[in-house]
Unconditional design. Structure first.
Length: 233
């Protein structure tokens, strides 16, 4: 195997490792991304606060109606109980009873409004609860799938790392140092295949004499334009 071929093999392994590590990074980011659940949780908490307030308002309205009816009952008992004979007092009680009954209508309207509002808030709370439950179930499924993908990628990186150690063993220290230097400078693509008499990385036409040297077992030939190691394939 030529020096360029050995480095090309190492590059293929490293590129696969790069993809695996990138995949692991994406999975980790996806696992940490919980903004959707947090937003739905906040929405449910808001709905719970609204529900609590609506229930309090409804109970207050019910109490007001009950209290008003009790006042009317007491007033009417006095009015029709026969214990009061004074015409003026009876007229005052009659006026008070009518006033209480008129206000009762207002309180009953308020109670009806509070009941309607409570029903709407209960529906909103129920919908928010169900939405969050569905999202949590979807999240659990996603995390399970991501966990399986992560396990596969970890195994893949372990396999590739072992394979890389074998590939590195077949490369000289000088060639490995050059490879690592170019890998940092060239974004991971160090070895460029020679295709149609050109460097496949930058498209530079390679002169015939240099192309012949590219196939040499003992020499490394760099592209004069992009500086990558040329590989005959």
């Amino acid at each position: 195997m030529s020096r360029a071929s050995s480095l090309h093999r190492l590059q293929e392994i490293d590129l696969s490792l790069d993809r695996a590590h990138a995949g692991l990074g994406e999975i980790q980011a996806a696992l940490e991304e919980r903004s959707v659940l947090q937003r739905l949780q906040q929405k449910l908490e808001t709905a719970e606060e609204q529900l609590k307030a609506a229930r309090t308002a409804n109970k207050s309205a019910e109490h007001a109606v009950g209290s008003q009816r009790a006042k009317i009952e007491i007033t009417d008992k006095k009015l029709y109980g026969g214990t009061i004979q004074n015409p003026k007092e009876l007229q005052d009680l009659q006026n008070e009873s009518e006033s209480l009954k008129r206000y009762l209508l207002t309180l009953e309207d308020r109670l009806l409004e509070s009941m309607v509002a409570l029903e709407e808030v209960e529906k909103l709370h129920e919908a928010s609860t169900q939405t969050l439950t569905n999202a949590e179930e979807d999240r659990a499924t996603l995390e399970e799938e991501l966990g399986e993908q992560r396990t596969k990628l970890i195994r893949e990186t372990e396999r590739l790392q072992t394979e890389r150690e074998g590939a590195v063993a077949s490369v000289s220290e000088d060639d490995l140092a050059l490879y690592e230097k170019l890998r940092q400078a060239k974004g991971g693509v160090v070895v460029s295949r020679l295709e149609d008499e050109c460097c496949s990385a930058c498209g530079m036409n390679i002169p015939p004499a240099k192309r012949q040297t590219v196939g040499s077992m003992s020499d490394l030939v760099l592209c004069t334009q992009c500086g990558r190691i040329l590989y005959a394939g």
